[in-house]
Unconditional design. Structure first.
Length: 237
């Protein structure tokens, strides 16, 4: 081969190598909810321990996953996850109320004989993006301002477990769809609500576990639950 082709060949090899590496690093989102049934999930409903007729807390309706709010409990992924971006689209079907997404979930009924050990990303109306520490802990800037006096902090019953989010007004009106994006990487968790960065914690005491949705009194519809592996956290924007 003539020598003047060598640099061109090398350059193309570099370009092709870069493209191949980029392709290999591109992750495809996995749909945790298939729109038809609850395959890949299981429930933990304490009321069912004593009542076989307690009724379902989670159903599929019109292609959506629905938390009916009662009986109270959790819908939990069979699989554990780490280093991921979770995108959840939800709305309150009627009267707004309480719900949440739990990450790094492990021991069932670790708190109040109801909540699995985890970090909760709050969906409670007008408080979406708060952290609740459920026998796990996490640190944010301005801890005293956002969690209260340090002597009250804790991760069990009766302790100051709530960490306020950073914004007001990030949620859409009741009945409209909201999107929460949660990134967990190493010991950090970042949360966006409708594109607004609303929380960023570090030094989390867990870095992997199951995911869970709550039935906590209000009916909530979910139309998207997608998870993607990540190799770093996104920028704040």
């Amino acid at each position: 081969m003539p020598r003047f082709f060598a640099p061109v060949t090398i350059r193309w090899m570099v370009v092709l190598g870069s493209l191949l590496s980029a392709f290999q690093l591109t992750s495809v989102a996995e749909e945790l909810f298939n729109g038809q049934n609850l395959d890949g999930w299981h429930t933990d409903i304490p009321a069912e321990d004593d009542r076989s007729d307690a009724g379902p807390a989670f159903i599929v309706r019109d292609g959506m996953l629905v938390s009916l709010g009662v009986p109270r409990g959790h819908l939990i992924t069979d699989a554990s996850h780490e280093n991921f971006r979770l995108v959840v689209q939800y709305r309150f079907a009627g009267k707004p109320g309480n719900c949440g997404v739990l990450v790094h979930a492990s021991t069932p009924r670790a708190l109040y004989r109801m909540f699995p050990k985890s970090i909760e990303v709050q969906m409670n109306h007008e408080h979406a993006g708060d952290f609740w520490c459920i026998v796990e802990d996490i640190t944010v800037p301005n801890m005293v301002e956002r969690r209260g006096p340090k002597e009250n902090w804790g991760i069990t019953e009766g302790k100051a477990r709530r960490i306020l989010n950073l914004t007001d007004g990030s949620e859409n009106p009741v009945g409209d769809w909201n999107e929460i994006a949660i990134e967990c990487f190493g010991d950090q968790i970042k949360v966006w609500v409708n594109g607004d960065l609303v929380n960023h914690g570090s030094n989390c005491t867990a870095s992997q576990g199951q995911l869970a949705l709550q039935a906590e009194g209000a009916e909530v519809e979910f139309r998207k639950l997608d998870i993607t592996p990540i190799e770093e956290l996104s920028n704040d924007e």
